[in-house]
Design a protein. Structure first.
Length: 278
């Protein structure tokens, strides 16, 4: 593990770290904010933040405005990359597939199956890597994300019952099997058999019996992707039918950008902190 930078902020420390991933077979970079409580020996709950299309760890690290709240609440905040990268990693010229668009699945279709193993990376490898160097309490984990990362947060929580104490999302892709972004990605990573897609689709997972206790979603009403790609009402309906407490908050005038995410970031962190016992 190589430390790329350490910066003081709000009494804590912002780290950017690179390591060689066994899951992806590539170098992966992630950021970790450690709150000041860790200086006194505290082992802190951790929140995983999964970013959206085209992003790296840097987008939320630089624009997410999470550090003040994490410092107050005693939360460690980890932001991984969105895909494997580097020489020999298959890519696509479009922004919504290939590098920067891993969709948090383990690809089964060539040539992507070798490196595009983002579910294994997030669920299995990264927690061990982070815990080896930072004072995280892996018994208290929460997960959130934006857009493609919101899809990742929801599906990973639903696919791994008991792993995450709480799950939330900002403008998530809730039904990738039904929208262009997801159809393109799932065809490329998982193949043409749509039945295999259901296990990576939050709405389908809920319909097929997967459960979490509650979900918080924030969505801007002026989001250009709301009706074509995101469609959060589909998840709200599925959760209502399944008896899952899904809070969908619509915000007039807000778009898909980090101006929107940063506005409601502290709300999400406080919501998670309550459930994590922070």
């Amino acid at each position: 593990m190589d430390t790329l930078s350490v910066t003081r902020a709000h009494g804590g420390t912002q780290h950017v770290v690179s390591h060689r991933s066994t899951a992806t077979g590539t170098d992966m970079t992630f950021s970790v904010f450690v709150p000041p409580q860790a200086d006194d020996g505290a082992v802190c709950p951790v929140i995983w933040y999964l970013s959206g299309l085209t992003c790296t760890h840097a987008n939320v690290t630089e624009k997410g405005e999470y550090r003040r709240a994490c410092a107050e609440l005693g939360l460690i905040f980890v932001a991984p990359d969105t895909s494997p990268r580097g020489e020999g990693v298959p890519d696509d010229p479009a922004y919504d597939f290939g590098q920067g668009a891993g969709f948090y699945v383990d690809a089964t279709r060539e040539p992507f199956a070798k490196h595009y193993r983002m579910e294994s990376y997030i669920v299995d490898e990264l927690p061990e890597v982070v815990a080896s160097a930072f004072p995280v309490d892996l018994a208290r984990q929460a997960i959130t994300g934006h857009s493609m990362g919101g899809h990742g947060a929801l599906t990973l929580a639903l696919r791994n019952p008991g792993r995450f104490t709480s799950v939330s999302a900002f403008a998530p892709i809730v039904a990738p099997s039904q929208v262009p972004w997801g159809e393109k990605a799932f065809t490329g990573y998982l193949g043409e058999d749509r039945s295999t897609w259901r296990t990576h689709d939050a709405v389908a997972l809920v319909e097929d019996g997967a459960r979490v206790s509650e979900i918080l979603i924030d969505q801007g009403s002026a989001d250009n992707f709301l009706e074509t790609e995101l469609r959060p009402h589909l998840l709200a309906a599925a959760c209502s039918e399944a008896g899952i407490d899904c809070t969908l908050r619509m915000h007039p005038g807000y778009d898909h950008s980090y101006y929107f995410i940063s506005t409601f970031m502290a709300d999400h962190l406080r919501w998670h902190a309550e459930r994590l016992g922070a």
